[in-house]
Design a protein around this ligand. Sequence first.
Ligand SMILES: *Cc1c(COP(=O)(O)O)cnc(C)c1O
Length: 366
Amino acid sequence: MFTELAAPGVRRLQPYIPGKPIAELQREYGVSGIIKLASNENPLGPAPCALEAARAALPELARYPDGAGFELKQALSRKHGVTPEQITLGNGSNDILELLTRAFVTPEHEVIFSEHSFAVYPIVTQAVGATARVAPARDFGHDLDAMRGLIGDRTRVIFIANPNNPTGTWLDRESLEAFVRAVPRHALVVIDEAYYEYAIDSETRYPDTLPWVARYANLVTTRTFSKAYGLAGLRVGYGVSHPEVADLLNRVRQPFNVNSLAQAAALAALEDREHLARSVALNRAGMAQLTQAFTRLRLSFIPSLANFISVDVERPAQPVYEGLLREGVIVRPVANYGMPRHLRVTIGTHEENARFLGALEKVLEE
Ligand SMILES: *Cc1c(COP(=O)(O)O)cnc(C)c1O
């Protein structure tokens, strides 16, 4: 009855499917000692100083947060060599993605993104009634030529995840900058760098796009505290853009979109380089542990620069996913991303990875 009343874009929306919560699996299967490698969370948790900062902010919870995010923007501005006016804070970086379509995209417009890319892009596109133009992927990664071919007068936003979720694939400095340079000024290029901290110092030509924002006025880079900083539960991310773009995003955001605990914890987390370095090192070791095991098991996988990896189980992945649940291991099926034979596994601690591998071997033999 109410479906007919909904906005046309919303009527056709498929809701985002999150990783299964540990408590839900416990209730449904009655198993204990569950490990969750399904939502790309940091297995080390947040930096101790971030927890301490959140705790110290608790007595002020009756007050509204700083709607301007003054201190966090100052710190980010110093860290990245941009002005505070270029920064938009979000309730997670997903918030920024949504603000972008709300501020810039109407039903006459088109939004371009890649096949096998982040599920939030089609959601924020359809929610404003715009048309999604999906470029076919190449080897599971972004095909920039195909994406370029879709650009037209109606294009308003182009989303690129680098590295991409759920594939972990990445674009190198030269090809990405050549793409950005070729995009006409009426379209915003949004480079979603949720996994930047894991990717940046790898022996690849993975780019830091923040310095490009000064060169390309239509470029927006987004980052988050949810992944390498281990603060997914607090919801804080940000976009860096031309100040005029930031000003427009600021007009549509909720005035207190980033809560006070999140602002305090994020500010502190930025200072703890050691925790970040430890998180990245643990991820590299875990990535090697998983890829070596996949090779031994003769399973092919998509090389990844992120904190997860998608492995081809060479059969429909759903029953394997369910078998792993029975073993108390939650991973992520990605059939809804057009990858019905892959499972996406978040890199955990050495012990968690070993448990996952043992369970996988057992389930594949059943
Ligand atoms: C996890 C993720 C995000 C970040 O989401 P938050 O809202 O910041 O928690 C953004 N983009 C991609 C591609 C992701 O995988």
